[in-house]
Design a protein around this ligand. Sequence first.
Ligand code: CA
Ligand code: CA
Length: 99
Amino acid sequence: MSCILYDDSDCVLDHWTLPIELRRNERRSFTRYGERNEVESVSIKAGCRLTVWTEMNYRGSQYVFNAPYTQDRHETLKRDVQLAFLEDNIESVECTCRP
Ligand SMILES: [Ca+2]
Ligand SMILES: [Ca+2]
């Protein structure tokens, strides 16, 4: 999988039984109550980009995570002052990767 979302810090799960996994060029707007506003950490494969929105249907505030070419990127949202507004606030996501 190219982008993986977790409902707790440090890329582990809290209530979810599985992380939300996106293939390259896959986008998803969360419709289920238990998916919306629950993401707390993310993993992005090397060379991929994860775009997140704070509202369903790719609306609201947007943030773009770029992983470098050479290594995967892991982020816990609350640990970065610039990302903290995203914690338990993401409702739609898109994963793209360089060819
Ligand atoms: Ca959560
Ligand atoms: Ca939200």
